[in-house]
Design a protein around this ligand. Structure first.
Ligand code: CP
Length: 362
């Protein structure tokens, strides 16, 4: 059964993802059939962090479904700048609209917002944590371009540590049989351990290969990502990592004719402009698939007759999340709750950061 909110794609059943993907494909084929589907409905896009694709594709999606949109893209122009809490902002906005799509640099923002919202909340990206609607975009793209979501060799290249699009995509594709992940990154930007465990716990495979050239011949899909300057603690740290991976024509020559290159965008220097002319480069099409994915998601959430809430875990006396980017440390009224992970550890309900309690704390 489907959830009321979309915080983490894995809160939904795989059957729900399949139905969202297949509806997106149908809408793309016959958009006119859906142009009145959200007449009288209102979406709020609350963006505390910059965006081109996610915000505008949500807006275009709602307008193309016959609905309307309000929102902000700069919280400094709202009462947030006067110190209004997330809790109060969300309570107010959810009284005006039928659906909220929210992006924040704080990890766990959408989960926190969902606790106080009277309408469904969609996570439109929360810091370096998750970006589930990008993943729906990627699933629609793969379904349309590769014809399947399983038995794919998927290379993921760049900032695998902070890349929320990478994290969400691995969690999604890890649920389908036979997918193999080739992780291409520096050792500083390697995939977090909990995601490696996630892959193997489901019978999936991964391999870490430091050179993009070495990975190219094996790939069905290459998912390039930007080294995200905004996620580094210092300019020096960023400078050490940028420009290590650049996809160019020479590397494309090593790949199969059936390769598809995806990128959530924005691109900086990691894909040479000449690659745009290669028919295997489909990142601009991917951004358009994203609008159909979001149209389908909006319909799914608004027409969901029996949504379930994902309950919070439990509090552990004196234990707080140590992640400095987690919303739990910024909004003092939030319950400090934790859930058990698959490896029987404790993780923050908002940002999934693991906490080590010691033997006596368990
Ligand atoms: N892919 C993506 O999230 O792009 P924006 O940051 O432009 O929304």
């Amino acid at each position: 059964m489907s959830c009321k909110h979309l915080i983490d794609l894995n809160d939904f059943a795989v059957e729900d993802w399949k139905s969202i993907v297949s509806l997106a494909v149908k809408i793309r084929q016959s958009p006119a059939d859906y142009q009145e589907s959200c007449r009288g409905k209102l979406l709020a896009t609350l963006f505390y962090e910059p965006s081109t694709r996610t915000r505008m594709s949500f807006q275009a999606a709602m307008l193309r479904l016959g609905g309307q949109v309000i929102g902000f893209d700069n919280p400094q122009n709202t009462s947030i700048s006067k110190g209004e809490s997330v809790k109060d902002t969300i309570r107010i906005v959810s009284g005006y609209v039928d659906l909220i799509a929210a992006r924040s640099p704080l990890e766990g923002f959408a989960r926190a917002a969902s606790l106080y919202a009277g309408c469904p909340v969609i996570n439109a990206g929360d810091g370096g944590h998750l970006h589930p609607t990008q993943t729906l975009t990627d699933l629609v793209t793969l379904q349309e371009e590769k014809g399947r979501l399983d038995h794919l060799v998927v290379g993921l290249c760049g900032d695998l540590k902070n890349g929320r699009t990478v994290h969400s995509l691995i969690k999604a594709l890890g649920q389908f049989a036979g997918n193999r992940f080739i992780l291409i990154s520096t050792k500083e930007l390697t995939l977090p351990d909990y995601l490696k465990h996630y892959i193997t716990a489901r019978g999936g495979q991964f391999e870490e290969i430091p050179r993009l050239e070495d990975a190219m011949p094996a790939l069905d899909v290459l998912y390039m990502t930007r080294i995200q300057r905004e996620r580094f603690n210092s300019p020096e740290e960023y400078a050490r990592q940028k420009n290590i991976y650049v996809l160019d024509d020479k590397k494309m020559k090593l790949a199969r004719p059936s390769l598809r290159v995806l990128h959530p965008l924005p691109r900086v220097d990691e894909i040479d402009l000449k690659v745009d002319n290669d028919p295997r480069a489909i990142y601009f099409d991917q951004a358009v698939y994203g609008m159909y994915a979001r149209m389908s998601l909006i319909l799914h959430l608004l027409n969901n007759p029996h949504p379930k809430e994902v309950p919070l875990g439990r509090e552990y006396p004196g234990v707080r999340c140590a992640n400095p980017n987690c919303i739990a440390g910024r909004e003092p009224y939030l319950p400090q709750t934790f859930h058990k992970t698959e490896s029987d550890l404790i993780a923050c309900d908002y940002c999934d950061e693991q906490v080590y309690l010691g033997e006596e704390g368990k």
